[in-house]
Design a protein around this ligand. Structure first.
Ligand code: NAD
Length: 422
């Protein structure tokens, strides 16, 4: 599965190269990660036994600045998955024109099987294992699947102990009390909302109350469900790894969030009906389908069921390249992950700036700057798509690739050296 992901990422790079005039050297450099670290994280379990968890940190590219990317806890994490996620981060930071490269980390673990104390020891152990390769000017981690601000707080604290000094800018997504930024916890969903809103005129102009279905009811998915239902969308279905809930008239999202907070799952929901097969969510009659869980959710075998006009990729890599082609043939517009979910890394950048300046921005400043950046880059992608007559994903990759190429060429090209350096 994850080696397929990596191959898919390579295919998207090839496709973007065909549409833009970038140097061969850029391509050569972007074909592999700059560094890839595998570590073993020993954790003393509550019963006294010792377990070793495999961990990874991949720095894909740092030409435009320090690597930036989250840390994922999931049983499926392996080096290929982390490398693919780091590749996507490289394109995402370039697309948003942030002064970062791309990185990613992860631990192969089922976090639901750990106690809180074991989770803390794992998080501190992971930082101890990768401490020599991260830092505010080198590689700056953040949250991803199953890691949250509590985990980021433990990690920042552990890094400070190792360095014997406070270094808040080493990691973003921290609690506010230890240098986090206002707006970080809803940044991904707020960003996705701004992207959809910017494209609404073009994609959903005739709809008064567009219907949305969201796969994944975690940080990104649940916050986006709230934002959409607060802004006149009808969220008719949501799912998590336990169940999918459906009500064609629109779900009460706040009731579902309370239920999920209290019980830890969407099973036996207080509103709507549980779908017998949660995967049926993908084929519901909706206007916007939002995969916000994991990679590969829409694939060759289920893409034809999609009835939505728009797929908004809040997860990273939820549509495989085979499914992309099928959706394109069906006339479904896919808003690509590197744009749709870039609000998270954008507010991470704000947090990094605040930490380095010893400043704290108020919520309005964060929200205004986030909205401005999301709207600007969304318009840019839409314009390139129109000018070159290509899908939004191709346009997003072209914009990112050209920025990466410009930075790489500025560090020296074969042409400069063969011209004698003049
Ligand atoms: P999370 O762990 O908070 O939530 C993930 C959700 O997906 C959970 O509700 C889980 O139950 C659900 N899920 C897992 N497998 C599922 C399945 N088969 N069907 C339905 N639901 C399933 O994670 P998150 O931070 O919300 O991240 C979700 C996605 O968004 C990931 O792809 C992540 O890389 C991407 N993303 C997150 C951020 C961020 O800031 N959190 C930023 C950019 C991209």
């Amino acid at each position: 599965m994850s080696d397929d992901l990596l191959r898919d990422a390579g295919r998207r790079l090839d496709a973007a190269c065909e549409l833009s005039d970038v140097s061969d050297e850029t391509l050569t450099r972007l074909r592999q990660p700059a560094s890839s670290l595998k570590v073993s994280v020993p954790v003393r379990m509550d019963d006294g036994s010792l377990r070793i968890f495999p961990g990874y940190r991949v720095r894909y590219d740092s030409t435009r600045g320090p690597a930036k990317g989250g840390i994922r806890y999931h049983p499926r994490v392996d080096v290929d998955e982390v490398t693919t996620l780091a590749f996507w981060m490289t394109f995402k930071t370039a697309l948003m024109d942030l002064p970062f490269g791309g990185g990613k980390g992860g631990v192969t673990v089922d976090p639901k099987g750990l106690s809180m104390a074991e989770l803390e020891r794992l998080s501190r152990g992971y930082v101890a294992a990768v401490a020599d390769t991260i830092g505010p000017d080198v590689d700056v981690p953040a949250p991803d699947v199953a890691t949250n601000e509590l985990v980021m707080g433990w990690m920042a604290d552990e890094y400070a102990k190792i360095r014997r000094q406070s270094v808040p800018a080493v990691i973003t997504g921290k609690p506010l009390a230890v240098g986090g930024s206002h707006g970080r916890s809803t940044a991904t969903s707020d960003g996705a909302f701004h992207v959809l809103h910017t494209l609404r005129e073009q994609l959903l102009a005739d709809m008064e109350s567009p219907r949305a279905a969201i796969q994944g009811f975690g940080n990104a998915g649940a916050n986006l469900a709230s934002a959409l239902s607060d802004h006149g969308y009808r969220v008719v279905a949501v799912s998590d790894s336990s169940a999918a809930v459906h009500d064609p008239g629109g779900l009460n999202i706040e009731r579902l969030r309370e239920h999920k907070n209290q019980t830890g799952a969407l099973t036996a929901p207080p509103v709507g009906e549980e779908l017998t097969d949660p995967d049926d969510l993908m084929g519901l009659e909706v206007d916007v389908l939002i995969p916000a869980a994991l990679e590969g959710a829409i694939h060759e075998a289920n893409a034809e069921q999609v009835k939505a006009r728009v797929v908004l990729e809040v997860a990273n890599g939820p549509v495989t390249s085979a499914a992309d082609q099928i959706l394109d043939d069906l006339g479904v517009v896919v808003v690509p992950d590197i744009l749709a979910n870039a609000g998270g890394v954008t507010v991470s950048w704000f947090e990094w700036i605040q930490n380095r300046q010893g400043d704290r921005w108020d919520p309005d400043t964060v929200n205004t700057r986030l909205e401005a950046r999301m709207v600007k880059e969304t318009r840019n992608v839409a314009q390139v798509a129109e000018e070159r007559d290509v899908p939004l994903r191709s346009a997003a990759y072209v914009v990112a690739l050209e920025r990466l190429s410009e930075a790489m060429d500025a560090t020296g090209t074969a042409a400069i050296f063969s011209d004698g350096g003049g």
